[in-house]
Design a protein. Structure first.
Length: 398
């Protein structure tokens, strides 16, 4: 598939590149660009329909073009989109989020997850007067979190950051204590392939408190999915700051950082601002999302249909053990581990050719729009494609 002559790297969202979705050398049989989306289905530039489990890379939990969200966004567009004063929806949404997640006392809004996590790190550095950060998981593309492999990031900036292993209690305790008085923040995704153990979260919470460091949860993927308040709500182990995004506005660009009053008040001693942080559409969409979550048991639906998918994936793993080495994630966001990249490419391409978009790496997401029949169709398609790939490769025992 040839590169775009106008957009370097084919698209501005790296995870939507054809080689990311389908592997290197994917041909014209797979979709490259979409024209529209509705519910849990999308249509490509040639009008072909697909059952989708990527759901905007997890940004959509209610389904594409959910009528309540679309209505709220349309009204906000009609109201002018953006203006010279902060909109009433900004304070209203902040209040609704704090009421729903009471460990957050103050909230600031931004447009992307990457800048929201960077804002949380900035606030932690201001609040503590320190600079060093430990992190675990993916927190976006900005300089503060990039390792040695990222060209263009100053060496001095890299030196202020180190990786923390996921779910390793002893190593977390050791690293936090070793960083000591230099540690400004510990930033973690509380779900990386599997959900964090409560003991690990409790260790992070206790050690950050002892060190005088700020504990930050990056719940961009998990909030409004495993629970409205993410893993923080499910575990009962609360951070000092929490970052929200993706499904909070069901695909409209909006992110937030919220937390304790003491840490959030550090915003008055630094500069975190964006012209479009207070545009009307994303704020209105998020308020509509909260309304749907208040009226319908969305997370219960995601867990139920996700469990159906998760159990089905385990059955596929047993049936196609030479090709599938495991099932990862949780019910609401899962994926298959394949024996090698060749198999993962072949399965992703084969599924797309049969009208199914199923990600070959982390994660696939269920939505309120997915029903049992959609899950069953996906599993049937995966089974057929895996059998075909096994026959082509001569894999035994399938």
């Amino acid at each position: 598939m040839s590169d775009s002559p106008r957009v370097p790297g084919f698209t501005s969202t790296g995870s939507k590149r054809p080689e990311a979705l389908f592997g290197a050398g994917a041909g014209p049989s797979v979709p490259a660009r979409m024209s529209r989306a509705s519910g849990c289905r999308v249509w490509d530039a040639r009008g072909r329909e697909y059952l989708d489990f990527l759901m905007g890379l997890g940004a959509v939990a209610l389904g594409y073009a959910h009528p309540d969200v679309t209505r709220a966004a349309t009204e906000a567009i009609g109201a002018g989109v953006v203006g010279p004063l902060p909109p009433v929806d900004e304070e209203a949404l902040a209040g609704e989020l704090c009421e729903r997640m009471p460990w957050m006392e103050r909230v600031r809004f931004l447009k992307t997850g990457a800048e929201a996590v960077a804002a949380a790190v900035r606030l932690a550095r201001v609040a503590t007067g320190r600079e060093f950060v430990l992190s675990c998981g993916y927190h976006g593309w900005l300089d503060w979190s990039q390792g040695a492999g990222a060209d263009g990031v100053p060496r001095a900036v890299r030196g202020l950051h180190a990786e923390l292993p996921f779910n390793d209690v002893e190593r977390a305790r050791e690293q936090i204590r070793a960083a000591g008085p230099q540690l400004a923040a510990v930033v973690v995704e509380p779900l990386v392939v599997s959900e964090a153990r409560r003991e690990w979260l409790q260790t992070l919470r206790a050690e950050c408190t002892k060190a005088g460091a700020v504990l930050i949860y990056d719940e961009i993927k998990t909030a409004f999915r495993v629970a409205v308040g993410g893993v923080a709500e499910k575990s009962g182990v609360h951070p000092d700051l929490m970052v929200l995004g993706k499904a909070m506005a069901n695909g409209f660009p909006l992110a937030a950082v919220g937390g304790s009053r003491d840490v959030m008040d550090a915003v008055s001693r630094t500069w975190i601002s964006s012209t479009l942080a207070t545009e009307l559409v994303g704020l209105a969409a998020a308020r509509a999302v909260l309304g749907v979550f208040a009226r319908e048991n969305v997370c219960a639906h995601l867990h139920r249909v996700g469990t159906r998918l998760f159990h089905g994936l385990h059955e596929l793993q047993r049936r196609h053990a030479p090709l599938v080495t495991g099932v990862a994630g949780v019910a609401e966001m899962s994926f298959l581990h394949y024996v090698n990249d060749e198999v993962s490419r072949a399965v992703a391409i084969g599924c797309a050719e049969r009208g199914l978009l199923f990600k070959r790496t982390a994660y696939n997401f269920v939505s309120l729009a997915h029903q049992d029949g959609d899950v069953d169709r996906a599993l049937e398609t995966l089974n057929a494609v895996l059998a075909e790939v096994a026959a082509r490769l001569g894999a035994p025992g399938t």
